[in-house]
Every structure is written in C-alpha cells, then in structure tokens.
Design a binder for this molecule. Structure first.
Ligand SMILES: Nc1ncnc2c1ncn2[C@@H]1O[C@H](COP(=O)(O)OP(=O)(O)OP(=O)(O)O)[C@@H](O)[C@H]1O
Ligand SMILES: [Mg+2]
Length: 272
C-alpha cells in the first residue's frame, strides 16, 4: 500500500518548460508541507540539479547500474523537497531498456512510501522511455507552448498514451504564455481535439506566463531561489496545483504498489 501520488511531467516537443513545471509543482507542494520527491528522469540531458546549482554525487543511472542504492542518491533540495538527480552526458544511458525501468521502479517502490508526491520530469517525445515513465505514473501533465508544433506534438503524446491504454488522468498545461487574453484558448482546443478524435477527456490545469528572468536564473543556477521570490510564478503555479488537487486522485486512498501497477500497465502495453 502507498499513498504517494506519482505525477509525470512530459511533452511532445522539447524545450517547452517541463523541467520548470516539474520544479514549480514540487516547490508549491513542498510549501504546502507535502513531502515531495522530484525524479529527474530525462535520460541523457538531465538538468534539474544544474538549474538549482546543486552538485551531484550519484544519479538515477548509478542506481540502475547498482553502483549505489536509491536512498544514497536522493538529495535534499529544501524542506519537504528531495531530488533524485538524473543522468547527463552518458551515452550508454540513452540505450535505456525495459529492465532498467523495472530496476528503477523496484528501487523507488521502497522509498516512495516516505513521500506524498513523486514528480517525474521526463524527456520529450513519444519514444519508448518517455512513454514508459508516463505509463508508470498515476497522472500525466502534458506541457506545451503557444506554437503550432508544440500543440501538435502535445496531441501526439496524448494520442500515444491513449492508444497504449493509459488509464490515468491526463492534464494540459500551457507554458510561456505571452498574452493574458489568449489564456486557455489553446488548451481548450487541445482538449476538444482529444474529445473529438480520441473520445478522451483531458483536464486543463492552467497557464504559466513567459518570464524572461527565468532563463537568466537557469544560467546563474539560481532558479529555485528566483521562483520562490516570484509572486507571479507562484501565483500561477499555485492555481495549477489547486486544479491538480481538485481533479486528481484522493491522497490517502489505497493504491497498489507502484511496481505492481507498472507491471500491469506495461504488460497490457506489450500485449502479454
Ligand atoms: N515560463 C517561462 N518563461 C520564460 N522562459 C521559460 C519559461 N519556461 C521555460 N523557460 C525557459 O525555456 C527553456 C526550456 O525550459 P525547460 O528546460 O524547463 O524545458 P524542458 O521542456 O524541460 O526542456 P527539455 O526538453 O530540454 O528537457 C529554459 O531556458 C527555461 O529557462
Ligand atoms: Mg527538461
């Protein structure tokens, strides 16, 4: 039994702000005194620790390779918020296999009971590993920006999850919105596309405005500090979390172990 709510943050197109959103969600939940584990699951170009300026000793790849246990790799970011750092610049890790996913989730199963939420920052696209990480989660937040390619790619990810039989909630979140008037217009059209072509309901979580300071703070490795001080970011992210809590699974209700749920879903996906 566990009470942890596992939420994947993903996207069709890269560079749309998944990492920012995963960090923002984690920070707002941690502010609410929820215990959160942020898992940097971007295999190859992981960067949560870089944006936060945290030096890393062990990462998720070391856990998969058995060089350390998951407890040893998890680091504290701030009160109520821990990070399992991701892997960057290891070519071998880009050949991630199903057995690596299995090993990681088995290890995570052991520590997740300590947390109220696990937020998984995935890579982008509809590749095998991204889809596996999404399928393992209770819910998936699909991030997109106001660009035609980003919306098309967000739809492609939603369609893939749907076709693979994913039965968790799927949410849409629009990032880098420049005109307040255009709030939610694109999210509504993404929702209508899913309804019309897939007969699938997705929920709209909200929008995050474009803020030129954000990239600057990533460069200075001070993103966490900046986001905490940004009333605008915290306001919008707070609304997103409120919507997520309103529509998601009840915290505290019974859930099968992470591993057994994943095994069921993956075997469904592979038709075994
Ligand atoms: N709301 C925003 N306002 C301004 N800049 C933003 C915003 N969201 C993200 N960015 C910037 O856009 C870039 C990409 O953001 P981020 O790394 O979060 O995207 P990603 O989807 O995780 O990318 P990747 O696919 O490479 O993992 C970063 O430089 C980030 O600072
Ligand atoms: Mg990222």
């Amino acid at each position: 039994m566990r009470k942890t709510r596992v939420i994947a943050v993903s996207s069709g197109k890269g560079g749309v702000g998944k990492t920012l959103v995963a960090l923002g969600l984690s920070m707002v939940l941690a502010n609410m005194k929820k215990d959160v584990l942020l898992v940097d699951a971007d295999l190859g170009t992981a960067n949560v620790n870089v944006a936060l300026g945290i030096p890393v000793e062990y990462n998720l790849w070391d856990v998969v390779k058995g060089r350390t246990d998951v407890d040893n790799a998890i680091m504290s970011v701030e009160e109520h918020l821990d990070l399992l750092p991701g892997v960057s610049g290891v070519y071998e890790a880009t050949f991630w296999r199903m057995r690596d996913t299995e090993k990681l989730w088995r290890e995570l199963d052991g520590v997740l009971t300590r947390y109220d939420y696990a937020i998984i920052d995935t890579g982008s696209g509809i590749g095998n590993t991204v889809v596996q990480f999404c399928i393992a989660a209770d819910e998936v937040v699909v991030v997109f920006t106001p660009e035609a390619t980003s919306i098309t790619d967000a739809y492609a990810l939603i369609k893939t999850l749907h076709k693979e039989g994913y039965d968790g909630n799927i949410y849409a979140l629009e990032n880098m919105v420049r005109k307040v008037q255009s709030d939610l217009v694109l999210a509504v059209s993404l929702k209508s596309m899913a309804q019309r072509f897939l007969n699938r309901e997705i929920e709209i979580l909200g929008t995050i405005p474009f803020d030129p300071q954000i990239s600057k703070q990533v460069r200075y490795q001070e993103l966490g500090k900046y986001l905490h001080q940004s009333d605008e970011f915290m306001f919008y992210m707070g609304t997103v979390v409120k919507n997520l809590l309103k529509s998601g699974e009840d915290l505290g209700s019974y859930k099968p172990s992470f591993w057994s749920k994943l095994k069921n879903r993956l075997s469904k996906m592979m038709g075994t």
